[in-house]
Ligand binder design. Sequence first.
Ligand code: IMP
Ligand code: MG
Length: 338
Amino acid sequence: MPATVVVGGFYGDEGKGKILSYLSLADDVDIGVRGGVGPNAGHTVVFKGKEFKLRQIPSAFVNERSLLLIGPGVLINPEVFFNEIKITGAENRIYMDKNCGIIERRHIEMDSSDLHLKGTVGTTGTGTGPANAERVLRKLKIARDVPELQKYIEDVPKIVNEAVDSGKKVLIEGTQGTFLSLWHTDYYPFCTSKDTTASAICSDVGLGPKKIDDILVIFKSYVTRVGGGPLENEYSEEEARRLGMLEVATVTGRKRRSAPFNFKLAKRAVMLNSATQVAITKLDVLFPGASGARRYEDLPREARDFIDMVENELKVPVTLVGTGKDVMDVVDMRKEKL
Ligand code: IMP
Ligand code: MG
């Protein structure tokens, strides 16, 4: 474990919130630190019967012992941040870096009215693209400049590096997905406003490549995408509903488009992120008999065959398999194989 970075392998919404919260508990992490773009991401965590939709605070909040940090590369919408502190009760263990960029009302207005952004790209309208554009121009306000945020400011890269150096467990949370990356998208301009691969997520929190022990890439057992851009072998809405794959986006409430698992994309995601482990989520949607399974032996034969096929094709071990909504609905292959 010591330092593990977790990223999405497709177009976001692979179930990162679920896997991250599971890992924070199962591996009892000392620190959960969030990288990625900002509040355009929605991580869903279902814990003790309650559903949390997190756009800023790390999913590791479910482990009350974990220190929660937000890296300097991440944009903050203070309103969303304060609201999530209330929801999670994480007030006394959440900190951000002074260099986190700040989203203001005008960024949100531009993101949700601009013909190209809203119309063509189909952004989440959360202001992240316009704020990052202003950041590049070096005009964006940063957390350092906002009085209400002062008590939440810490030197995040320093804390994270010292923790890794002293052998503590650090879970680095990526957001979005590999093919939403500004550099590595499959169909520009249908992408987000930054790189979203493992290297970028590490840079967002100030950890160099040598400090990373594991890179976990998450794939859902089928592909979904929100917003514009081509989607290979896309199901019709009718088919998606019949297959139980019709999802609604966490941040925008839009319907997600869906398609079968895509091995070509998955292989490329393994390459772009240099994955050392793979997680497969929502296996219960493909194989209802897998629903709620927490042990390998409880998985139906077809589900095990699918896992084998993923391992054979991607040449990376599948270490975690999601089988339901609850944080603990996971087959942890790391334990099963011991
Ligand atoms: P933006 O990131 O809001 O600029 O949106 C750009 C594209 O990325 C749109 O297609 C969004 O739907 C997509 N996107 C951004 N963040 C996420 C995410 O967390 N999950 C899924 N799609 C996302
Ligand atoms: Mg999401």
